[in-house]
Ligand binder design. Sequence first.
Ligand code: UD1
Ligand code: BG6
Length: 501
Amino acid sequence: MRHLEGAYALIFKSRHYPNELIACKRGSPLLLGVKELNEGVCNASAFHDAKFLSKNGNPKELFLSSDANALIEHTKKVLVIEDGEVVHLKEGGVSILKFDNEKGRNGGSLSRPASVQRALSILEMEVEQINKGKYEHYMQKEIHEQPESLTTTMRGRLIRGGSCKAKTVLLGGLKDHLKTIRRSRRIVFIGCGTSYNAALAARPILEELSGVPVTMEIASDLLDRQGPIYREDTAVFVSQSGETADTLHALEYALENGALCVGITNTVGSVIARKTHCGVHINAGCEIGVASTKAYTSQIVVMAILALAIGGDTISNQERREAIIDGLFDLPNKIRDVLKLDQEMKDLAKLLIAEQSLLVFGRGYNYATALEGALKVKEVALMHSEGILAGEMKHGPLALVDENLPIVVIATRDACFSKQQSVIQQLHARKGRLIVMCSKGDAASVCSGGACRVIEVSYVEDCLQPVVNVVPLQLLAYHLTVLRGYNVDQPRNLAKSVTTQ
Ligand code: UD1
Ligand code: BG6
């Protein structure tokens, strides 16, 4: 360990030390699972030695894994191994030693007395969560379970009715920090991939309700630039896994610079959840498909609730706040509605199956939807795809438009609608091959004369519209991938948790 650089989680065995295992880690996750076997279930002869028995006399099995998902079918009891700890399994016994890097450097060695005692944690997940159920792929299952995952994300966090009639929100993990966040000089969102896109989708509502400037940072870029982070900043780290190396290093950097660090993660006990000062678990349930779907929509919803929690409850914004809270309550139903487009998206995928490229134009709240839709297509369908800010159309992208290149334009009802209508007209004038996403009933006003294909989605409050709008694009990416014959859950060259830089 003294010689290794960077992040790792390693397990060693050796023919010279039979029946022993050594595991150690830095940066990357490592869990020790402990399963107590009941009589009858176990093969008693393998456990005749008292060392293999738990305190209550039951035989035990031990597991080492980098991910709780691999442990859950065996046991819920785990110990989260910390950086610098060495796990030693020998003859049924476990000892955890603290590796003192400095001591080693000065010629000392790892000594047994430094053994540490820690309590086991219980994983809050069920085996069913990691089964595909009636679906063929995890990505498909995760897209279709969004009405339920969003319900779980919002459970206990929206308050409507009761003795005080007011509609309000509650984020247990943040309530003691809201004052500090409101007073901060700016809020900086930091993340990678889909998590960055989710933060981008939530940025306008956070700016509107809090009045605090909100800036965006891709974690690796912040680190490359060593961009300024101040004590007066609130840095919000968005990460589904809570283990992404770049986001984690950016967190360490922000902690060194004295900012208040807030986590938004899906994984209780993950390193980002533990190292942030406070935060919110999105509770979307375990996500297995490499391409993030349900975590994305839950992240946006949590950040919309965050905006409501930070924003002042003034008379002038009461109507807006209540409309958003009502919209959140109704969101699972709206997602059920939009999931009915499954066959329509499959038919569209059949038309696009042989294309080389797909552009997605969005703006305002739905610039993030354009980036995320394109990222999904790129990640799993292995087709070139770009999300483009429609306001930038004339500054380059227009040169690509011809009668062959398919272009999705997101033009649902919001403050940018008339600008998007004008974009559609200009693309149309250049014979663009358009697929327009619009609010139900708007087909004629976005596409007169039936000159383009239309995807109609339910209307919701503008800041929640990205949650609805991304679903048809997730379905499109899914069907394109299956039709093109690629691996949808484990796309080429990609990993679910990117724990190295
Ligand atoms: C918590 C409980 C939940 C319980 C609810 C009852 C946990 C994990 N959650 O949910 O089971 O039903 O109270 O009121 O026990 N945190 C971070 N960084 C992060 C994410 C979270 O520091 O990235 C911290 C929070 O500040 C908080 C704790 O973790 O102290 C739990 O956060 P969260 O699960 O979001 O809190 P509640 O929704 O209140
Ligand atoms: C990887 C995943 O690239 O990491 C993406 O394949 C994900 O789906 C990105 O968006 C960031 O991961 P996380 O766990 O920090 O949200």
